[in-house]
Design a protein around this ligand. Sequence first.
Ligand SMILES: Nc1nc2c(c(=O)[nH]1)N[C@H]1C(S)=C(S)[C@@H](COP(=O)(O)O)O[C@H]1N2
Ligand SMILES: [Mo]
Length: 251
Amino acid sequence: MIAPLLRRRTLIAGGAGLMLTGCDRVIQQPTVRTILFKGEDMHRGLQRALSNRDALAPEFRPDQMSPRFRTNGTRDPGTADYAALRAGRFADWRLTVDGLVARPLRLSLADLGAFPQRAQITRHDCVEGWSAIGKWQGPRLGDVLKAAGMRDSARYVVFRCADLYGGAPYYESIDLIDAFHPQTILAWAMNDRFLDVGHGAPLRLRVERQLGYKHAKYLMRVTAVDSLAGIGKGRGGYWEDNVDYDWWAGI
Ligand SMILES: Nc1nc2c(c(=O)[nH]1)N[C@H]1C(S)=C(S)[C@@H](COP(=O)(O)O)O[C@H]1N2
Ligand SMILES: [Mo]
């Protein structure tokens, strides 16, 4: 009597074991992957909540500036509109500030130069794995948004650029913590000269707590919005829409 019972138990146990093995392979793998992904999201969320979003990015001494600062992405928008602005040395260029603001603005380079200026020597970190230290100057984005009378309903700031990259308009967006961060500036000067075309003339964003692709070059328009839905493909930026880069690229 004992032998058949044992055999049966063994069979049941063996069966359960097989089922578990089956689960491991077939059912649990996606589950594990889902949990891992959730963990990653949670980790990012935590990192974001715990990191002091107001902390300053490191600033450097003039002698630490990179002798060569490479260009990346668009190096010349090359459109007829941009070529015309460039030919006029950007005298006719205006930055539109609109969206959820009480007073939409159209600012010339001279207008931007009339705001209090901030100069900073910072390190640019590209997601592709290179960095360079350069000096940037311009008004704080926060001061420009205040001048436009940004409304309380605004949640994000969207940056439209003059260039198409791979045929699609380059754009980016940041939240209000970064928009009002003291080192977030609209830079018209780099290394004590007017921005050159390669680096985003006549104006680019510097958002020093984030990776390079957030630093939109060739700025044309700054728009305060309450949602990123309906802009581009809705993920808040060119790379976010097209290559799945993170919207929040904090460093
Ligand atoms: N309008 C626009 N802004 C852009 C890009 C671009 O292609 N178009 N490339 C981004 C990327 S990936 C990086 S690393 C930096 C490069 O800035 P730089 O050319 O001044 O080095 O600009 C960012 N801003
Ligand atoms: Mo980049």
